[in-house]
Design a protein around this ligand. Structure first.
Ligand code: FES
Length: 183
């Protein structure tokens, strides 16, 4: 959206007119088209309704693989929220990520029932093997490691979700085998 305003006294003939152009850039104009479209579509489909922000964030992440920080102003604008509100939700929920994930996404359950049957050892093994911490991705972009707090598979822990598929009673060797298989 462009807006022109003029300052100074009204021009008289023969006098120089000061012309000040105030440019107001439309929210999201600086985003790559794919990101802008992802936000517009999500806001249009989910709309400003209770809980709409969560739905919009899920929709954006489903389309882009993450919620890029630069999309936050447009999401906030579309839902009539503040940027801080949007950012607060993204950082509160573990499900939302700000960077694209690796080729494989491993979610390790860290809740109590799994901890009681070896989840901690599994986590230590995996972190050492991959050389990364939770919430990060290997430098080659192969694996992203994320914590979760219960996958609803407590009786068969330790539980791990790899690329959306749930696995129970996972051992360090079993996990290596699973990661060695094609996605
Ligand atoms: S505690 Fe791990 S699946 Fe429930």
């Amino acid at each position: 959206m462009l807006e022109e305003t003029y300052s100074g006294t009204p021009p008289r003939s023969g006098k120089r007119r000061d012309r000040v152009i105030a440019i107001q850039v439309a929210p999201g104009a600086d985003l790559p088209p794919l990101e802008r479209e992802a936000v517009h579509t999500a806001v249009r489909e989910q709309g400003p309704k209770p809980g709409g922000l969560i739905e919009v964030l899920h929709a954006v992440q489903a389309r882009l693989g993450c919620v890029p920080p630069r999309t936050v102003p447009l999401i906030a604008y579309g839902l009539n929220l503040t940027r801080a509100e949007v950012h607060g939700v993204i950082s509160f929920y573990h499900d939302f990520r700000e960077q694209p994930p690796g080729q494989r996404v491993v979610k390790l359950c860290r809740a109590e029932a799994c901890q009681a049957v070896g989840a901690r050892a599994l986590e230590t093994h995996l972190r050492e093997q991959l050389g990364i911490d939770l919430h990060t991705t290997t430098p080659d972009g192969r694996v992203t490691l994320e914590p979760v707090y219960c996958l609803g598979n407590c009786a068969l822990g330790p539980s791990v979700m790899i690329d959306g598929r749930l696995h129970g009673r996972v051992t360090p060797q079993g996990l290596e085998r699973l990661l060695g298989q094609a996605p």
